[in-house]
Design a protein around this ligand. Structure first.
Ligand code: GLU
Length: 297
């Protein structure tokens, strides 16, 4: 059997903290234990928020932790053409539609419906589902609007996509912090509604570029935080629609701060750099995230 392939895929929109360290180390440890490969991928499709100095900091912090990854590192912003090719297939298969509503218009549409007593459905993150008004438009009406230069994103028509898939794709999820035992998760993507697969300002989205790259890089084991557990249903659906291979998944515990909330860049979690500057060692970091000291060798 080909060797397993793991990846750590941070976004360079801030400095890494202990949550990232845990994810990266867990991936590298599992790769070492299973005789696999460990890749690093820079997820920087959000060119407005991602910065080269944060990318440089990722390499510096991971090297300090003692991790070694394969070169070259795949940087998503260098590969927009790959994602566009996959998007084209979804467009041709009529599984996506152009959506023109602004955030404000969406909010207005929903509050109007709610003012009439209708409870608007929310996705697993609590965000109201997209109203999908454009789905009823004719092809001609859509084309006219596009040709008029109106900005639009491409959204997955999730009902059409699930119908095309036949049955909602399940996935294999590790039961613990390794792949010794796995269970099947049956969770359809319908709960997310018509998710964005290509943004207004970028010819791709988080979901599309992740499934594209996991396939292109031959990733067999996706190990990432529990906060992305439900997103897997959307990614599995895209994999089935695009005929891409199915990795196994492990959504690990999240590292929390003293307030019991998930560490986050925006809430000012201590960065790996600040811990290092305060004298912490890589062994201290492993200890802080609940991992045993590194095995020698
Ligand atoms: N780039 C994503 C993040 O930083 C992780 C994506 C993934 O592991 O699938 O949260």
């Amino acid at each position: 059997m080909a060797s397993p392939v793991f990846r750590f895929a941070p976004s360079p929109n801030g400095e890494l903290h202990l949550g990232h360290a845990f994810s990266a180390i867990l991936n590298a440890d599992l790769a070492a234990r299973m005789g696999g490969r460990f890749l690093l991928r820079i997820e920087d499709i959000d060119t407005a928020r991602c910065r080269p100095e944060f990318e440089a900091a990722i390499y510096r912090d991971l090297a300090w932790l003692g991790l070694a990854w394969e070169e070259p590192v795949r940087r998503q912003s260098d590969h927009f053409a790959d994602y566009a090719a996959l998007l084209d297939r979804l467009v041709r298969d009529d599984l996506v539609y152009p959506s023109f509503m602004s955030r404000g218009e969406i909010r207005e549409h929903i509050s109007e419906a709610e003012s009439k007593g209708r409870r608007w459905p929310r996705d697993p993150d609590g965000v109201p589902l997209y109203p999908g008004v454009e789905k009823t438009w004719s092809k001609r009406a859509r084309r006219k609007k596009i040709e008029g230069g109106e900005p639009f994103s491409w959204r997955l028509d999730v009902a059409a996509a699930l119908a095309r898939a036949g049955k909602p794709p399940s996935w294999r999820e590790a039961d613990g912090e390794d792949f010794a035992s796995v269970s099947t998760v049956d969770e359809g993507a319908a709960a997310w509604g018509d998710v964005v697969v290509a943004r207004k300002e970028t010819p791709t989205s988080y979901h599309l570029s992740v499934v594209a790259d996991d396939a292109l890089q031959g990733v067999t084991h996706v190990v990432r935080g529990r906060d992305l557990f439900h997103a897997t249903s959307v990614q599995r659906l895209l994999q089935v629609l695009l005929g891409l291979p199915e990795p196994a998944y492990l959504h690990h515990r999240l590292i929390t701060g003293t307030d019991e909330r998930k560490l986050s860049k925006s809430r000012g979690a201590p960065t790996l750099r600040s811990l290092r500057e305060a004298g912490a060692t890589p062994t201290d970091v492993r200890d802080m995230v609940g991992l045993a000291p590194a095995e020698a060798g």
